[in-house]
Design a protein around this ligand. Structure first.
Ligand SMILES: Cc1cc2nc3c(=O)[nH]c(=O)nc-3n(C[C@H](O)[C@H](O)[C@H](O)COP(=O)(O)O)c2cc1C
Length: 220
């Protein structure tokens, strides 16, 4: 598949089949993802891939924390209050998701239940956590974003779907404890992945993009 085909095929998927990815396929994808570029080649990504019974146990632990009403305490600053066009696009993506799920804008409880699915990893067979040393801050986050895109495209090439989730960085404590992540390392975001349940309504969610003129200025 060409890069263009992969880019068009990749969408965020939020319902999965109960079918794990073969270990050798996982190894291949993560080995290839090591080719991602990073500032000064520091390769800050430390990735935890969790599957099977371990994933189920982590899900229970995480859901308990989320349902306890505890305030989010992310390791990195995720609290951007989007403004102007960014806010419009944020609403646009939420609308696309909730209308695909048949949830009305006014249905607060429905939206909350949909949001909670983040922390049950959308019932995916695998979840991963992207962690890096906290001191790296924005420089590390840039590298991690590039790494995540590399990973999603490699997965797409293998017919594997994914959803990058900032939500998985919101309640780091139970994850840190479960995975034995040292205090100096932070959880930036996570990703649920596996084979898409093509029949699930939520997976019909489609977002649009700005025309290139609104994002790119060509000079000369
Ligand atoms: C850094 C990042 C964090 C995201 N966090 C979440 C999340 O917590 N939950 C979720 O359902 N989708 C999340 N998404 C998916 C975006 O909503 C999605 O990429 C965007 O709406 C564009 O849709 P597409 O991926 O289908 O093209 C995240 C995406 C990125 C890149």
């Amino acid at each position: 598949m060409s890069i263009n085909d992969l880019l068009r095929k990749r969408v965020s998927v939020r319902a999965f089949l109960d079918k794990p990815v073969l270990e050798e396929t996982l190894k291949k994808i993560f080995t290839q993802a090591q080719l991602s570029p990073s500032n000064c080649n520091v390769q800050p990504w430390q990735i935890h891939v969790v599957s099977g019974a371990q994933k189920d146990a982590l899900k229970e632990k995480l859901l308990q924390t989320v349902m306890s009403g505890k305030e989010p305490n992310p390791d990195f600053n995720w609290r951007t209050n989007y403004k102007g066009v960014h806010r419009d696009r944020q609403f646009g993506s939420a609308n696309a998701l909730y209308s695909a799920m048949g949830i009305e804008r006014s249905d607060k409880q429905g939206r909350m239940v949909a949001m909670l699915r983040n922390w049950s990893f959308f019932d995916a067979p695998h979840v991963l956590f992207c962690t890096m040393e906290k001191y790296l801050n924005i420089m590390g986050a840039v590298d991690m974003g590039i790494y995540a895109q590399t990973l999603t495209l490699l997965m797409t090439e293998q017919g594997i779907s994914s959803c990058i989730q900032g939500a998985l960085g919101q309640f780091p404590d139970p994850i840190r404890e479960f995975l034995n992540i040292p205090e100096e390392r932070g959880i930036l975001f996570g990703m649920s992945f596996g084979y898409a349940d093509e029949k699930a309504a939520v997976n019909s969610t489609r977002t649009d993009r700005e025309p290139v003129e609104n994002s790119v200025i060509f000079l000369g």
